[in-house]
Each structure stands twice: as structure tokens, then as C-alpha cells.
Design a protein around this ligand. Structure first.
Ligand code: UDP
Ligand code: MN
Length: 310
């Protein structure tokens, strides 16, 4: 059944979070549709790693068996208990939640938003790399294209992330930008002239699609400092940064201060569809952030936006 274990270098590992689900919750349908969709468009053998609580696990099992029946394809998957995972993230969660959670507190619904930062401790050591995906995605093209992005990582990159496609970080940096001239928080523009690491405006990152190089991350002493309380405190104070989007707030700050750790993949790998900020004070500039001129591989129906599938 599982021939890929012989070739861990070519593993195609996909991590999904599927927790707090009830039978008629929208997430249950999104999960089934995504697994079906990914298997349908994939040219490579995949391994799914699914983080669940006890109740969600039973729902996931039912959804996966429907997918297998409908596609008549085999499916390689492993479940991981959410409490076991969260217990390995405690230090990270304690550092991050005061700055990046809307309701700081250490129950698991908060902790799971920082999974991307400690997944290297949860994934088996044989796993050298993985992608962590939201369930509200739709692949228009082969998921192998996403895994191929690992091949063009700069040597120092631990993560691969696509840009955030709203002005949320322009908003968060408002006070900082009053006193400092910076491309941080500005929209990306193909025609702007290069002058630094984020030459064309840096919108920040979105964490609906996260590529992780575990092999490099497990060896990185620098990463341990970057996630330390000292560093997170320094970064947030410097930019007067108070967020509420969990790991992606942290990644955005890392993009400001330690850009060598993150490979920016293009917006076509995470074309977000949420337009909330257009109607909340940014109608004049929203489209500059939202546009994506790359070929679309992945649509992301964030903030519960319906995904057009044609
Ligand atoms: N999620 C979950 N249970 C929940 C809410 C979220 O397991 O009750 C997981 C799920 O994988 C989801 C991800 O967390 O895709 C992020 O949430 P969502 O995609 O709804 O956030 P958005 O992209 O809209 O910010
Ligand atoms: Mn999402």
C-alpha cells in the first residue's frame, strides 16, 4: 500500500487540521471536498497527516471513506491526536499568544494556530518536508507544482509562504509607518524598483498554505532564537505590532527581520478570496493588494468565502 516510505526524500506529506467538527459543520464538507480535489489533481503519491480530536476523527473517517469510494483510489493517511500535538507546542504558544491571538489564553483552539511553528517536533523524524494546508482550499492544478517549489528554496529558507492579499498588515503597521519610511505593509507591484529584500512592497504572509523544510529547521539554532520570547518581544515592540491572526502574524514579522528564513512563493499558490478589508476602510487601495498576476494553482476561500470552481 505504502511504497513511498522507501523514498523519504520524495515524500509528499500533507498536514491538515480537522478539529472541533460536528456532522453538519461546513468544515466537514470542506475537508471532504479538499481531499477529493487534491487526489483528483495529483500526479504524485501523497501521504495525509490529519490532526483530530476524538469526535472529529470519526467524522473524518466517514468523509475519507466516501472519497475513496467515489474516486476508487487508495489513500494513505495517519491521524494525530490534537491534545498530544498541542502538548508539544506549549512553549511556542506561551510566547506567541500575548501578541498574535485575539483572546490570549492557552486552550487548544489558540494553540493549534501556531502548529506550523512546532510541527517539526510532531512529524516523524523520517519526514524531511511537508505542506500544511487549510481545509478551505481548492486546487485548480496539480499539487506536485506546490511541492516543486521546495526545489527553488534559497539555502537558508525554512518556510515557503505566499503573500497576504489584503491590507491587514498596512493597517497593523499604521503607527510605525507614520514615523518610518518602509515598503513593509505596502502592496506588491511588479514595476517598482528593487532596493532591498522585499523590493516591490511587502504585504506580509498568509498561512493557509505553508511549505516547511523540517530537515533544515531541526538543525537551525537560529530558528530557536527567532521563536524565543526575547525575539518576539523585540520584533513586536519595534513595529508596535499587535495582531490576531496567529502564525501568519509571526511569519510576517520574520519576513521583516529575518527574510532569509522564508521563501516567498507566488500568490498563485494561495489566491485568497476574502474581501472583508475592502468594506472596512480600504476600498480605495484594496484591489492593489488583492490582485494576483500569476497562474492560479490554489484558491483559498478564507473568511468563509465561496470558491468559484470553474
Ligand atoms: N480549523 C479547524 N477547526 C475549526 C476551525 C479551523 O480544524 O473549528 C482548521 C481548518 O484546517 C481550517 C484552519 O484551521 O482550514 C484555518 O481556519 P480557516 O481556514 O477557517 O481560517 P481563514 O483562512 O478563514 O482565516
Ligand atoms: Mn483558510
Amino acid at each position: 500500500l505504502d511504497s513511498t516510505t522507501k523514498h523519504p526524500n520524495n515524500d509528499h506529506n500533507i498536514w491538515l487540521i480537522f478539529t472541533k467538527v460536528s456532522n453538519n459543520s461546513p468544515l466537514s464538507l470542506k475537508f471532504k471536498n479538499l481531499v477529493y480535489n487534491i487526489l483528483n489533481v495529483s500526479s504524485v503519491p501523497l501521504k495525509f497527516h490529519i490532526i483530530v480530536d476524538e469526535k472529529s476523527k470519526n467524522i473524518a473517517k466517514n468523509q475519507l471513506s466516501e472519497v475513496v469510494y467515489r474516486l476508487n483510489k487508495s489513500l494513505v493517511f495517519t491521524f494525530y491526536n490534537v491534545q498530544d500535538c498541542v502538548s508539544k507546542l506549549n512553549d511556542i504558544v506561551n510566547v506567541m499568544t500575548p501578541f498574535f491571538s485575539s483572546r490570549p489564553g492557552t486552550y487548544y483552539s489558540d494553540a493549534i494556530f501556531y502548529l506550523s511553528l512546532g510541527l517539526y517536533r510532531i512529524a516523524p523524524l523520517s519526514q524531511k518536508r511537508a505542506v500544511l494546508l487549510d481545509c478551505d482550499l481548492f486546487f485548480k492544478k496539480d499539487i506536485a507544482l506546490l511541492f516543486n517549489e521546495f526545489d527553488s528554496f534559497k539555502s537558508t529558507a525554512l518556510y515557503g509562504l505566499a503573500p497576504e492579499l489584503t491590507p491587514v498588515y498596512r493597517h497593523i503597521l499604521h503607527m510605525y509607518k507614520l514615523k518610518h519610511s518602509t515598503s513593509f505593509g505596502e502592496y506588491y507591484h511588479e514595476n517598482k524598483i528593487s532596493e532591498n529584500q522585499h523590493p516591490k512592497g511587502f504585504q506580509g504572509y498568509n498561512s493557509g498554505v505553508v511549505l516547511i523544510d523540517f530537515e533544515k529547521q531541526r538543525k537551525s539554532k537560529e530558528f530557536l532564537y527567532v521563536i524565543s520570547k526575547e525575539n518576539v518581544k523585540n520584533m513586536t515592540e519595534k513595529y508596535k505590532f499587535r495582531g490576531h491572526l496567529g502564525d501568519q502574524d509571526f511569519f510576517t514579522l520574520v519576513g521583516y527581520e529575518y527574510p532569509h528564513l522564508i521563501q516567498t512563493i507566488n500568490c498563485g499558490f494561495n489566491k485568497q478570496l476574502c474581501t472583508w478589508w475592502r468594506d472596512h476602510g480600504y476600498s480605495d487601495i484594496f484591489d492593489n493588494y488583492f490582485r494576483c498576476n500569476h497562474s492560479i494553482v490554489v484558491l483559498h476561500g478564507n473568511c468563509n468565502t465561496r470558491i468559484p470552481k470553474d
